[in-house]
Unconditional design. Structure first.
Length: 211
């Protein structure tokens, strides 16, 4: 159902007396879906394609979020140098701003890696603003809302043997987004049980749609 239809249906329910659903409930639902889509949608600029690249001796970590009504669920997918999924970590964040939530997850992912993985890690994020502001070379024009998250990320990344931060296109980052959506749907956080997750979640280029 599209967003306009959802609000119109709520209006009809009130008028015809089939169900008394406050119009704000429908509007909040629309806003929540919009923010979730906005957290992953990015306009295509130029012809550059940003994919995850497997590098010998390097872990990789893809991060993303799923926006809920009044909080976000974040997820980080860790793979080894053979591209095998080693762990997926999820956390709840008490905000619905996509950029702030994605910056939080990137910082959390670096802190998780600092404790559990060490070694050399390439971090991937599909939010241009977050990547630009969390870059170790960014010394000015930082977005104030995420400056603290950027400092957290860089503090943890410095403890690692080595690290890189790269942009990844949303179209190649669905596993991280799918993991966040699934964690939100089943109300779990922490290290996710890979064996209990649906097979369709494990796709980098296709969004998972719950049955």
């Amino acid at each position: 159902m599209d967003h306009g239809s959802m609000i119109w249906e709520a209006r009809n329910e009130v008028i015809h007396g089939s169900r008394i659903r406050p119009i704000w409930e429908a509007i909040n639902s629309v806003n929540r879906q919009y923010n979730d889509h906005r957290s992953t949608w990015k306009p295509k600029v130029g012809k550059n394609v940003h994919k995850r690249i497997t590098e010998a001796g390097w872990w990789s970590c893809c991060t993303d979020v799923s926006i809920q009504q009044n909080y976000s669920i974040e997820a980080a997918v860790f793979r080894d140098h053979l591209d095998r999924i080693m762990s997926i970590y999820s956390e709840r964040f008490p905000a619905t701003d996509p950029t702030l939530a994605e910056a939080s997850m990137l910082a959390t992912a670096a802190e998780y890696a600092m404790v559990n993985l060490k070694g050399k890690i390439v971090f991937y994020c599909d939010n241009d603003v977050v990547v630009a502001n969390c870059s170790a070379t960014c010394n000015s024009n930082q977005v104030l809302d995420i400056k603290g998250m950027a400092q957290r990320f860089n503090s943890a990344a410095r403890i690692l043997e080595d690290s890189k931060l790269r942009k990844i296109d949303r179209n190649f980052n669905f596993l991280a987004h799918n993991s966040a959506k699934w964690a939100a749907a089943v109300h779990v956080t922490g290290v996710l049980d890979l064996g209990s997750m649906e097979a369709n979640i494990f796709s980098d280029d296709r969004e998972w749609v719950p049955d």
